[in-house]
Design a protein around this ligand. Structure first.
Ligand SMILES: *[C@@H]1O[C@H](CO)[C@@H](O)[C@H](O)[C@H]1NC(C)=O
Ligand SMILES: *[C@@H]1O[C@H](CO)[C@@H](O)[C@H](O)[C@H]1NC(C)=O
Ligand SMILES: *[C@@H]1O[C@H](CO)[C@@H](O)[C@H](O)[C@H]1NC(C)=O
Ligand SMILES: *[C@@H]1O[C@H](CO)[C@@H](O)[C@H](O)[C@H]1NC(C)=O
Ligand SMILES: *[C@@H]1O[C@H](CO)[C@@H](O)[C@H](O)[C@H]1NC(C)=O
Length: 954
């Protein structure tokens, strides 16, 4: 028994030992985890990469299963998962090349290397040899080249994400997607960003994968969208993203056979035609995005049958009609949370049935033609967070039931035209409101805020914009309760009187964007104040007075059109060092421009025009490297233009007009190569017009040097200014001829595009239509050549008649001779033509009568002869003074020509003054001849004698 017991024990011991060994082995298997081969494979992989943030520093020691990003199968100990996705931080990316020893991870099923930087190396072919791989994510990893067809061997792959795998723009060739058919288990495919423009059969390739559930081919430069497909294999598809391609086609019918689709993203893919009503058969549809296309027509009412639809985005199309049928159909049973119809042409009333879309969270109807009132039923939209009617001509009332929308965060009623009143009830339950905008496009301010001064609002706003409505005369006291407000716009809301005492202190602690412009706010401003955030302050067009404020942390300060007085303090650069834009124009500031102003290094614009500033300019402008706009017009500044202004490399507008500057234009200004607008008008600047203006400032659009002391010729280099549309050199002492090459000024020929029309070119005084007017927003539309009041001689160049869009041509008061170009009528947009007080001869060209826009004509005091042409527009210009001083003219508003009526003298009304004038002119005419113009006018004179065209000529 004992023996056997021993035996038994021995046996048990052996068994135990074996068992221990087995256990040990199993245990060690678990603790060491990965095999030597796999460990080495990972280390080789690590070695081939650079790892700036040491993310693989844990890749050390025996058990690679413990390493960062490595997961092993807990039964076999083999590496199953390698997840090295980088964070969004570019600089923490692993860089380099993938080492092929990775293939030794024989059981890898999950590989994520996304967001790293493989530096343009191609996706390695060997990845196609991971037999067990089911998940592969190489998105945004800076690979280069094509996608290796070997990926087609991954028959177990269910998830493939190659979203923007390359940023090098490699164009895949036409059969580069054929490998897709090997992926027989694939459920998720994302090739967003791959250039598939040459892959005409992309759809056939994708159609080989019936297992596909989600397909993302956004931004693939696809332009072929087959309208038909013999057989749709993709019947399991639930998500389809073909957005941001270039199809130029209608929505193909085969999509509607994929009835299980839940999400369709087709935005920005140049789709045309209408929205097919067959969408209504896609009963699973939850998200439909067809924004940014060229779709037209209405929303088919039947779309209202899509009872699972959660989000419908049709923004930026040309859709029209009203919403009534769609909303009424939808309103029975619906899940709609988002309806975005921004920038279409929908119109009509908002349907009452909107109130039945009780799940709505966002209702965005911006920039359409909806009008009328908001239906009272809106109060049923109890989950509504975002309501935008911005840019609709809403001309009805806002029901106070809107105050029931207790989830509302954004109420955007900008650029509408509401009537009626807004009361406290309109906000009664809006406890979550953060953004409120109610601004009007109608000048009559038909919406009145009727809110008590002791009102305590339920909300705590971040932004409030009220413009062109009636809020005042009292400043809204309730704003004081708003502790989170950043943006406060109360522009043109009839607030008058002083701001309340609490205002500036409250404001400086929270506001970073303040606009109280166009009110009647009076009083003075606190002289010093520190804003907590970098702040923009717009107080333009009020009745504010006293010294200008020096507020620290202000980025933009616009105080124009007020009654500020006193000097601009010398310490402005110490107190407001971050100032970017300063506009103090149209006030009563006096004294000099402080030297410290040129130390405001961040300045983009400095506008001090229309004050009483005097003295010389600061000398050293070299620090203002960002300055784009300098407008000092209409002051009493004197001295020379500092040559250091040539260091203002960013300058676009330089406006120094109506001052007393003297000296010459400094040569250094030729370094301001970006100038658009150069206005030195009405100063005492002398010397020649620099030739560099034509070559060094190629973008120049406005050149105004009028009323100075310039001498010499008009440089032909000015003809290189192809964008020039205002050339005003009038009232100088320029001599020589008018360059023929002015006909090359294409800026006077080209059409003004709508984007040009929005450009700011400064406020510039222009003489046109007989008056001097200030142009600012419409300046880009003005096309003018004014060379009047100089000593120019020679002819009016024929070439000028090429400048087809010229609106004003003023060459008066020179010594021009010769004929008026016969085809002057080519200038068919001309409104003002002044050639008066020259020595032009010959007859008035008949073509002048064809300029239908002409409304200011002056040809007086020349030597023109013959008959004033008759014709449409000239008939309306019947003031005889415009022809005065041309004794050889007759007809039109003048006396009849002799050949027409023999006894015209008797028919005359006997206007003595007119007769006397004509006698005076005759004297002048002879004086002209005796003064040495005989040669020039002899021909004319002889003609006059011979033809005797009108009775008072001889
Ligand atoms: C292995 O891991 C899976 C998932 O983590 C777990 O469900 C399973 O029970 C584990 N098996 C063993 C033997 O620990
Ligand atoms: C549908 O998919 C199967 C499986 O890949 C393929 O054999 C067949 O050719 C496909 N049909 C079409 C019309 O592409
Ligand atoms: C689409 O479905 C209809 C019937 O529902 C069928 O007749 C037609 O052949 C299908 N078209 C394609 C391209 O699969
Ligand atoms: C929509 O709501 C109104 C009440 O606002 C109700 O009378 C109407 O029956 C509702 N329509 C549907 C289709 O539910
Ligand atoms: C509102 O505008 C619409 C469309 O322009 C117009 O038909 C309607 O008469 C206007 N209503 C009011 C009250 O002005």
């Amino acid at each position: 028994m004992i023996k056997s017991g021993n035996h038994l024990f021995k046996l048990n011991f052996v068994q135990l030992f074996v068992c221990f060994l087995i256990c040990f082995c199993t245990f060690s298997d678990l603790s060491i985890g990965c095999s030597d081969i796999e460990r080495k494979a990972l280390l080789n992989f690590k070695q081939s990469l650079t790892d700036p943030f040491g993310k693989l520093s844990s890749w050390d020691g025996e058990d690679c299963c413990q390493w960062h990003g490595v997961t092993c199968n807990n039964e076999t100990g083999q590496v199953a998962k390698l997840d090295l996705q980088n964070s969004a931080r570019e600089d923490s990316a692993l860089r380099g090349k993938i080492d092929s020893s990775l293939l030794n991870l024989k059981n890898l099923s999950y590989l994520d290397l996304s967001l790293n930087n493989f530096e343009g190396n191609p996706i390695p072919q060997f990845i196609g040899s991971f037999k067990t791989l089911s998940y592969l994510n190489l998105s945004l990893a800076h690979f280069g080249g094509t996608i290796p067809p070997h990926l087609g061997n991954l028959s177990n792959l269910r998830y493939l994400d190659l979203h923007s795998y390359s940023d090098l723009g490699y164009k895949l060739s036409s059969n580069d997607l054929q490998w897709l058919k090997g992926l027989s288990s694939l459920e998720y495919l994302d090739l967003t960003g791959a250039d598939l423009s040459s892959v005409a059969n992309w759809l056939q390739n994708v159609n080989m994968i019936p297992s596909l559930l989600e397909l993302y081919l956004s931004t693939c430069k696809l332009h072929y969208f087959p309208l038909s497909l013999p057989f749709v294999n993709l019947t399991s598809l639930v998500a389809l993203d073909l957005s941001n391609n270039m199809f130029n086609s209608p929505i193909p019918r085969w999509i509607f056979n994929i009835t299980g689709l839940k999400s369709i993203f087709l935005s920005s893919s140049n789709l045309i035609g209408t929205i097919p009503s067959v969408f209504a058969d896609m009963h699973s549809l939850q998200i439909l995005d067809l924004s940014h296309q060229f779709l037209e027509g209405p929303i088919p009412g039947s779309l209202g049958n899509l009872s699972k639809l959660q989000s419908l985005t049709l923004a930026f199309n040309n859709l029209n009609g009203n919403l009534i049928e769609f909303v009424e159909t939808l309103s029975g049973n619906n899940s709609l949370e988002v309806l975005d119809l921004t920038e279409n042409m929908f119109s009509g009333h908002l349907p009452d049935a909107l109130g039945n879309l009780t799940n709505l969270r966002s209702l965005i109807l911006m920039k359409n033609g909806f009008w009328g009132s908001i239906p009272k039923s809106i109060r049923f939209l109890s989950f509504l967070q975002h309501l935008s009617l911005f840019g609709n001509p809403m001309n009805g009332t806002i029901p106070d039931s809107i105050g029931q929308l207790s989830d509302l965060i954004v109420m955007d009623f900008g650029q509408t035209a509401w009537e009626g009143t807004i009361s406290e009830t309109h906000f009664s339950n809006l406890t979550k409101l953060e953004n409120l905008e109610i601004s009007s496009t109608s000048p009559k301010k038909s919406l009145t805020f009727n809110i008590g001064s002791r009102w305590i609002p339920p909300f705590n706003l971040k932004s409030i914009i009220i413009a062109h409505n009636k809020v005042g005369p009292l400043f809204p006291e309730w704003l004081q309760t708003q502790s989170n407000l950043n943006r406060l716009f109360l522009n043109d809301v009839e607030i008058s009187g002083k701001l309340p005492d609490w205002f500036w202190n409250w404001c400086s602690q929270r506001i970073d964007d303040l606009d109280l412009a166009n009110n009647n706010i009076s009083g003075t401003l606190p002289s010093s104040l520190h804003f907590h955030y970098e702040t923009n302050v717009y107080l333009i067009s009020n009745l504010l007075e006293g010294p200008i404020p020096l507020w620290s942390n202000v980025r933009r300060l616009y105080l124009w059109s007020n009654f500020f007085s006193g000097v601009i303090p010398e310490n402005i650069s110490d107190t407001m060092p971050m100032l970017r834009d300063l506009d103090l124009s149209r006030n009563f500031l006096s004294g000099g421009i402080p030297n410290s102003i040129v130390k405001l290094k961040e300045l983009r614009s400095l506008v001090l025009s229309s004050n009483n500033l005097s003295g010389k300019l600061p000398q050293d402008w070299t620090q203002l490297q960002h300055l784009e706009v300098l407008d000092l017009a209409n002051n009493s500044l004197s001295g020379e233009i500092p040559s250091s202004m040539g260091a203002l490399h960013s300058l676009r507008l330089l406006i120094l007009s109506s001052n007393s500057f003297k000296g010459e234009i400094p040569l250094s200004l030729q370094n301001c190569r970006g100038l658009w607008s150069f206005d030195l008008g009405k100063n005492k600047i002398s010397g020649q017009i620099p030739t560099w203006i034509g070559d060094s400032t190629p973008l120049l659009m406005v050149l105004r040097l009028r009323s100075n002391l310039f001498t010499g010729n008009i440089p032909t280099q000015l003809c290189h200014l192809t964008s020039l549309h205002v050339m005003d050199l009038a009232d100088n002492s320029l001599s020589g001829v008018i360059p023929k090459c002015l006909g090359n000024l294409t800026g006077m020929i080209s059409e003004v595009l709508s984007e040009d029309a929005k450009r700011y070119e400064g406020n510039v005084m222009i003489v046109a239509k007989g008056r001097e007017l200030e142009y600012s927003s419409t300046l880009p539309l003005v096309k003018i050549i004014d060379l009047s009041e100089n000593n120019l001689s020679g002819n009016v160049p024929q070439e000028i008649t090429k400048l087809q869009r010229l609106g004003t041509l003023n060459l008066s008061n020179n010594h021009l001779t010769g004929n008026i170009p016969s085809n002057i009528g080519n200038l068919n947009l001309l409104e003002t033509l002044d050639l008066s007080r020259n020595q032009l001869s010959g007859s008035i060209p008949q073509s002048l009568a064809f300029i239908s826009s002409l409304n200011h004509l002056n040809l007086s005091y020349n030597n023109l002869v013959g008959k004033v042409p008759t014709g449409n527009q000239l008939q309306t210009l019947n003031d005889p003074s415009i022809y005065k001083g041309n004794p050889g003219l007759c007809g039109g508003p003048l006396n009849k020509c002799e050949e027409d009526t023999v006894s015209s003298y008797d028919d005359d009304d006997g206007d003595h003054e007119n007769g006397e004038d004509n006698l005076m002119e005759m004297k002048w005419f002879y004086v002209g001849i005796s003064m040495g113009f005989v040669v020039g006018f002899l021909g004319v004179f002889v003609t006059l004698l011979l033809k005797k065209p009108c009775r008072l000529c001889i």
